[in-house]
Design a binder for this molecule. Structure first.
Ligand code: AMP
Ligand code: TRP
Length: 332
């Protein structure tokens, strides 16, 4: 049986990369699979967050799921901290994962920056909690953007080591689902950096709640080169900014990059950017509006999170009990 799990950190600034790399795929999978989607608030505090802002951001992630089309009657939507199994299993995994494995994680290196001694232990152990998120439900498939591939490989290593160490077939080896033409959306200001929530420049990213003016302005200012668009996808290889915009267009229109170039080969960015703006507005506008509407009435979102937590708990509880028995804990 297949089960889908994924999560987004409630750290604000939900952007086009989050949508195209992850959330849009969440919606597409829910017709065929049992899906569990989480706002990973415990991950969000690995770097200090203002509590009021965190509360708002948790609701914002839930609102983004709903506005994008995740159906709470089919899929489970909840906040990580409301299901104790995540923290419980994370501790057990902390005793499985090797320090050497964590030392290889590029996201830790990026987020800890130069002053690694001063990073929180939580930031370092982050991938172990992520493995627990997924395996507390014995999920088999995880839709994510390209940047999470390494964490999912570690999740497989943890599952395998647990199974070996305790001579059981407890955990599945999860498969990443990295889908679509925009699995790594780059910054609009610098084609060598991924679009991220934490980039200090607002012009680096399109956020889900951007209106027409912001969107048009950000795309107008997006960095490009001086050449017109090429005929072949291969010719985008050494043009990261152009490649990024073509990839975004392809993903939004649900066509291949080759099809975008069929239409726009020879066009200048002065033509392509306004076309991309219109397309983004068409696909994004309604989502941003619906998010704003949902955020204005947190009662509705909170009720969905509460019901989701109950359903998630019902799945995770027997699994965590089985894990505890396996490692030798007494179940009172
Ligand atoms: P995060 O913002 O780190 O919580 O990421 C939430 C989801 O969005 C994860 O599945 C990421 O892989 C995905 N994601 C984040 N940034 C990007 C990006 N620039 N391009 C594509 N996917 C992304
Ligand atoms: N680490 C992911 C990110 O930064 C978020 C995340 C936490 C996640 N737990 C997860 C994603 C479990 C998929 C499955 O984007």
């Amino acid at each position: 049986m297949s089960r889908i799990f994924s999560g987004v950190q409630p750290t604000g600034n939900l952007h086009l990369g989050n949508y195209l790399g992850a959330i849009r795929n969440f919606v597409r999978l829910q017709d065929d699979y049992e899906c569990i989607y989480c706002a990973v608030d415990m991950h969000a505090i690995t770097i200090w967050k203002d509590p009021a802002e965190l509360r708002r951001n948790i609701r914002e992630v839930a609102a983004a799921y709903l506005a994008s089309g995740v159906d709470p009657t089919k899929s489970i939507i909840f906040a990580q901290s409301s299901v104790p199994a995540h923290a419980e299993l994370a501790w057990i995994f902390n005793c499985i994962v090797r320090i050497g494995w964590l030392n290889r994680m590029t996201q830790f290196k990026e987020k800890a920056g130069k002053n690694r001694e001063n990073a929180s232990l939580g930031l370092y152990a982050y991938p172990s909690l992520m493995a627990a998120d997924i395996l507390a439900y014995k999920a088999t498939h995880v839709p994510v953007g390209e940047d999470q591939k390494q964490h999912l490989e570690l999740t497989r290593d943890i599952a395998q080591k647990f199974n070996n160490d305790y001579e059981v077939e407890m955990f599945p080896l999860v498969e990443p689902l990295i889908l679509g033409e925009a699995t790594r959306v780059m910054s609009l200001r610098d084609g060598s950096k991924k679009m991220s929530k934490s980039d200090p420049s607002d012009y680096s990213r399109i956020v889900l709640t951007d209106g027409r003016d912001e969107l048009a302005k950000k795309l107008r200012k997006a960095r490009t080169d001086a050449d017109p668009l090429p005929e072949k996808v291969e010719d985008l290889a050494d043009r990261p900014e152009a490649s990024n915009l073509v990839g975004i267009y392809a993903a939004l229109a649900d066509i291949s990059k080759a099809d975008v170039l069929k239409e726009y080969a020879g066009s200048q960015f002065s033509t392509f950017k306004p076309a991309l703006t219109e397309l983004a507005l068409e696909k994004f506008g309604p989502i941003g509006e619906e998010m704003k509407r949902l955020m204005a009435d947190p009662g509705h979102v909170d009720a969905i999170l509460k019901e989701g937590a109950e359903r998630a708990n019902a799945i995770a509880e027997p699994i965590i009990k089985e894990v505890k028995e396996t490692v030798g804990f007494l179940i009172p």
